[in-house]
Design a protein around this ligand. Structure first.
Ligand code: HEM
Length: 326
């Protein structure tokens, strides 16, 4: 076996990861809690594992949570703060979940290492572990994020992508967070796990005069569209959900991209990734090569989890993730 062929890509991706981290902040590090709280990562991993073993929807919830945390005010746990008009109260965040997992890991961390482990780090580590538990790649991420003091509902809309966005609109937002078009394609692969409410893709259907749904989005495979309409008919309760990935909904794999190739992307914002000339080739490559997806996922996920981090003297280490210390 050519060991150089194995070592070289790993070395390149490690160097890439280190250079990205170094360029964003010198304050995060891969061993941040080694002296102050050696059990920090173990606590998070065990908590995520334990919650996921009784509720299989947890990995999807935790993975979406880090995206919504990092895009609004940076990865600073602003999404955890409770109160009037905080981020959680915005309709764009209403279907978020996994908060109890973060709170539980934080309570344990407070017992072993009081006021040491940030909620922001717990959110990032929990999402990382959720991917691994669902069968995805094992990734090292740096820690040392500090918790923010600001959480405003009005910050959510301008910073979260809507399924009706064009590629250019999504790219503009991703670019504003230091993420590229490739990162957009790769991080959208998160939709290989988890589920969505019917309201998230209803705009792809229209109700006819007899109250029946008809597909209006020609990008959808017709048998897949029929299945969706069966689940999400006009009489369906607002709480009904469908799997993001109709084939392997519990497994973090590259099936998402294979779904796109067969016109089974659930959201309009998924389907556009196949139809746009700038993104189609990457979608095809990821659909054909799971190893490539896992390697690129590691790099893009790392970039996501360092968006707008607060470090050093900024922010604080909260005592409870639900409220600032003041
Ligand atoms: C690129 C634009 C994106 C759009 C428009 C988008 C939109 C959505 C929507 C509408 C839902 C369904 C919510 C619901 O009805 O409950 C969803 C679910 C989800 N999203 Fe995204 N998303 C995007 C990117 C991402 C990224 C970057 C990640 C993480 C890295 C992510 C992770 C997830 C996960 C895991 C779920 C399932 C959540 C669950 O099971 O509770 N999404 N997304």
């Amino acid at each position: 076996m050519d060991t150089k062929a194995l070592v070289f890509p790993t070395l390149i991706s490690t160097l890439f990861s280190l250079s990205v981290v170094a360029s964003v902040t010198a304050s995060l590090s891969f061993n941040f809690y080694a002296a102050s709280c050696p059990s920090a990562e173990f606590i998070v991993r065990n908590t995520v594992r334990s919650f996921s073993s009784t509720d299989p929807s947890i990995p999807g919830k935790l993975l979406r949570l880090v995206f919504h945390d990092c895009f609004v005010e940076g990865c600073d746990a602003s999404v955890m703060l409770q109160g009037n008009n905080t981020e959680q109260s915005d309709p764009g965040n209403r279907s978020l979940g996994g908060f109890s997992v973060i709170d539980s890991a934080k309570r344990l961390a407070e017992i072993f290492c009081p006021q040491t482990v940030s909620c922001a780090d717990i959110i990032a580590l929990a999402a990382r572990d959720a991917v691994e538990i669902a069968g995805g790649p094992v990734i090292q991420i740096p820690t040392g994020r500090r918790d923010g003091m600001v959480s405003a509902a009005s910050n959510v809309r301008p910073n979260i992508v809507d399924t009706s966005f064009t590629i250019d609109e999504m790219l503009k937002l991703f670019n504003s967070k230091g993420l590229s078009l490739d990162d957009l394609v790769i991080l959208s692969g998160a939709h290989t796990i988890g589920s969505a409410h019917c309201s998230s893709f209803r705009d792809r259907f229209q109700e006819d005069s007899n109250g029946k749904l008809r597909v209006i989005d020609k990008e959808l495979d017709s048998s897949y569209a029929n299945e969706l309409m069966k689940h999400c008919g006009t009489s369906a309760s607002p709480s009904v959900t469908v799997n993001n990935d109709p084939e392997t909904s519990m497994v973090f794999d590259n099936q998402y991209y294979r779904n796109l190739m067969t016109h089974k992307g659930l959201f309009q914002s998924d389907s556009v990734l196949l139809n746009d000339n700038q993104t189609r080739t990457l979608v095809e490559n990821l659909a054909n090569d799971q190893e490539l997806f896992f390697e690129r996922w590691g790099q893009s996920f790392l970039k996501l989890t360092i968006v707008g981090v607060k470090a050093d003297e900024e922010g604080e280490i909260r005592r409870s993730c639900e409220a600032t210390n003041a």
